[in-house]
Design a protein around this ligand. Structure first.
Ligand SMILES: O=P(O)(O)OC[C@H]1O[C@](O)(CO)[C@@H](O)[C@@H]1O
Length: 622
């Protein structure tokens, strides 16, 4: 159902008005009307073993070249200058779930279109995909945008289901684009929406439809990540808001010393949000789905692991704690994964929800019966648009709290550290609280720049591309902009590992899991026992929009960037802890040198998380 209030001007609070005045910067390659691009290498896919399958499925759009945006003064003989701009018509829609910063993609697109040619027309589809199918548009104008610049939500246009996949849906989208004579269609969303964008681009090319389809990486989950995409719009804001909430909980927990908080974080199948929040707020425990999948930990093993942590803390007289759980954890537990797969298969065969329990295999039925009734109800709910379980609806934190409590009661009877006490838990699910936030400066800038790139992609006549920016850890003037074929990010799931692996399913862009070999994960592991026992909770506070801290970026992004030391702003808050002795007003170069002198990323992180009075190395610079 589409909401009738979408797109109407709204009354802004003082803070919102101030935010509306914030003007994101553009990297040099996008400034002015003479935007120059250079064709790079032809692409294959992120998993070269799937290249043939992807090539077969996408005969028109597979293997296209990378497109790089050039610095204004770069001398390249065959660089293409986009300066003649006949008027264009572009459609835009929110397809994926709400994610802070989404409005700025539209604003960036609009501004870039008007710079190119004042006669350009940008049409927003009201109600997302349903608006696209029903040709329900709102022309984007200065007035329309006024109260949505740098604002949270997706309520300028709204959204419905993140799916443009069935023949009926694809045909409806194509007839809308033809009827409206669109030169470009911009689809804003995560892995599912961008996979659909790729399919739509291919279909349009097959039918000689002139509309070029462009995808934009916008999802709070941060899981649309690969060699071309460093992070997604919204991830930074969501992690900051969640981290603030988690740190508030940590302080509350340590103050009263009586509750264990089980906090589940929205973020899809991968655990990026929980991981980043753990680095930002230092809870006592975080259970990443990727670790559980790798070690094949069962529900009982996870429960025992938590109980061991609880007992270790009780041995130190601590009867409180905070535990982070990614919403995708449930699917990473081997036996739960198998059960969920069975349920998904039954859904795909149109078995009604209430008949699913009776059609499970004996093994899955036994596990299903063991689970508390609320989880059983949630597990059989209808599927997501990608035919997977509705993770946001499964209260994994409550399931774990329930199992841990039962185990702790048992252990207490057997006489453990909880003698004379009762283990008490409080559960939370943080989803919309963060998803609806005012976007951080980083997300405002990133989204606005992506909007600009989309316009250049349409102007260049590229079809089936995603707008991308890399080097995001650095300041905007060093961001590298590109257009990357969507097919280059696709792969096909395999049944088995090794040479006998059989690809299954259709090519799509898959969510990327946390890389357990990455440096940032090493940092988290190194800190795990200290997190568990020392309660060195970190309080990042609310998102800062101005002044020191306003330009901080996700810790994981900063660590994994090749030149993490390039971004000194992220460390500025911590300089006092670092005890770097600097001449007042010293240059950026000196600051950089000072920070570079800290031997490794681990050192930096150690410093960032150390208590203020900790013994730390002293550095002298002048
Ligand atoms: O609000 P809804 O529809 O429950 O959406 C929740 C889902 O959206 C997402 O943010 C999409 O990636 C998931 O993390 C989450 O499971």
């Amino acid at each position: 159902m589409m909401n009738a209030d979408l797109g109407s001007p709204r009354e802004l609070t003082g803070l919102q008005q101030r935010r509306a005045l914030y003007q994101p910067d553009l990297p040099p390659c996008l400034q002015g009307t003479r935007v120059r691009v250079e064709l790079g290498d032809s692409t294959t896919t992120v998993d070269p073993k799937c290249a043939d399958i992807v090539a077969q499925a996408f005969p028109h759009t597979f293997g296209q070249k990378l497109v790089h945006f050039l610095e204004p003064n770069t001398m390249v003989s065959d660089a293409q200058v986009l300066e003649e701009h006949p008027p264009i018509r572009v459609g835009v829609l929110f397809s994926g779930r709400q994610s802070p910063g989404g409005h700025n993609v539209i604003w960036g697109t609009y501004d870039a279109m008007k710079v190119q040619n004042p006669h350009n027309v940008l049409l927003g589809f009201v109600g997302g995909t349903e608006g696209l199918f029903a040709k329900k548009t709102l022309e984007i104008t200065d007035d329309v945008l006024l109260s949505y610049k740098n604002q949270g939500g997706f309520d300028l246009l709204g959204r419905t289901v993140d799916q443009i996949r069935t023949t009926e849906q694809v045909n409806a989208a194509m007839s809308t684009c033809c009827d409206l004579s669109l030169d470009g269609l911009i689809i804003i969303g995560g892995v599912t929406s961008n996979s659909d964008a790729a399919q739509l681009a291919e279909t349009f090319a097959t039918h000689n439809c002139k509309t070029k389809v462009i995808g934009v990486p916008v999802t709070l989950s941060g899981d649309l990540k690969n060699q071309f995409v460093e992070t997604t719009v919204g991830f930074d804001t969501v992690c900051k808001v969640n981290s603030q909430l988690i740190s508030n909980i940590c302080l509350d927990a340590v103050s009263a010393g009586k509750y264990y908080y089980f906090v589940r974080l929205m973020g899809g199948k991968a655990s990026h949000v929980a991981f980043e929040c753990a680095l930002q707020s230092h809870p006592n425990m975080v259970i990443l789905g990727e670790e559980v999948a790798l070690s094949k930990l069962t529900l009982m093993e996870i429960t025992n692991k938590i109980c061991e942590g609880v007992e270790a803390r009780a041995a130190q007289g601590k009867y409180h704690g905070v535990l982070l759980i990614p919403e995708g954890l449930i699917e990473s537990i081997p036996e739960m994964y198998a059960l969920i797969q069975e349920i998904n298969n039954l859904h795909s065969n149109n078995v009604p929800e209430d008949e699913i329990p009776s059609q499970l295999s004996p093994w899955a039925a036994a596990l299903f019966k063991f689970l508390p009734p609320f989880i059983r109800r949630e597990l059989v709910l209808h599927q997501e648009s990608d035919n997977s379980a509705q993770l946001s609806q499964i209260d994994t934190e409550q399931l774990l709290a329930h199992l841990v409590e039962a185990e702790m009661n048992k252990r207490t009877k057997e006489g453990n550290y909880y003698k004379g006490r009762k283990f008490s838990s409080v559960c939370h699910f943080f989803g919309s609280q963060a998803r609806g936030s005012l976007p951080s400066n980083f997300d405002c800038n990133y989204a606005y720049v992506l909007g600009h790139i989309c316009v250049q992609i349409v102007a260049k006549g590229l079809n089936g591309y995603m707008a991308t920016v890399t080097n995001l850890k650095d300041s905007i003037n060093k961001w590298r902009c590109a257009a990357v074929p969507l097919t280059a990010m696709m792969s096909v799931r395999r049944h088995l590992r090794g040479p006998g692996a059989v690809p299954i399913g259709r090519p799509v862009i898959h969510p990327s899991p946390i890389d357990l070999k990455a440096e940032s994960y090493g940092v988290l592991r190194e800190k795990a026992s200290s997190f568990l026992l020392d309660d060195f909770y970190r309080t990042p506070g609310g998102i800062q929009f101005e002044g020191s801290g306003a330009d901080t970026k996700p810790i994981t992004l900063t660590i994994e960037g090749q030149d993490y030391l390039g971004d000194i702003e992220i460390l500025q808050d911590y300089l006092e802890k670092v005890r770097i002795i600097l001449k007042p007003g010293c240059s950026r170069e000196i600051l950089k040198a000072a920070i570079s002198s800290m031997a490794s990323v681990n050192d930096v992180l150690k410093v960032m998380s150390a208590p203020l009075n900790a013994e730390l190395p002293l550095y002298h610079f002048s």
